[in-house]
Design a protein around this ligand. Structure first.
Ligand code: FES
Length: 149
């Protein structure tokens, strides 16, 4: 069962320096930082909501939209880039109907680009949840996302 925000906060003392660890724990629990959590974190740590927001948006590690059941990370590292990663991203966007940084309304998919995922010899590569999809081409992408014609 998902922990409530109050349960998460109860593990901390309410110090300002705990804002980042709290945000990390919230994201670990919910897969993103829900907007409503900002005011509770602000109250708990004695800072303004905009300060919490400022900290959260400063770090690229925090996301503000939920992840889909299938979270797709398209590698944009050098090896993947030279092997057509941008075409792969376009194909995926078309296949699942969302753009980079978005989550589908049914929460089935979310899509983001990331730096090297450590599978350079398999470029262009995409990680779907914990599985690396290797040496992709448009046909493989359509097959992978069930849109093969
Ligand atoms: S550059 Fe894409 S896996 Fe390394």
């Amino acid at each position: 069962m998902e922990e409530s925000l109050q349960t998460i906060l109860s593990a901390y003392e309410g110090k300002q320096e705990e804002i980042i660890p709290i945000l990390q724990k919230v994201q670990e629990t919910y897969s993103y930082i829900p907007e409503y959590s900002m005011s509770d974190i602000a109250r708990f740590t004695g800072v303004s909501e905009s300060q919490v927001y400022g900290v959260a948006t400063f770090y690229a590690q925090f996301r503000f939209t939920p992840r889909g059941k299938k979270h797709c990370m398209v590698c944009r590292g050098t090896a993947c880039h030279v092997n057509g990663a941008s075409r792969i991203l376009e194909e995926i966007e078309e296949a699942i109907g969302i753009k980079e940084g978005e989550t589908s309304a049914d929460l089935e998919y979310s899509l983001e680009t990331v730096a090297c995922i450590g599978a350079c010899s398999l470029a262009p590569a995409v990680m779907v949840n914990n599985t690396v999809e290797a040496k992709l081409d448009p046909k493989k992408v359509r097959k992978l996302f069930g849109r093969e014609i």
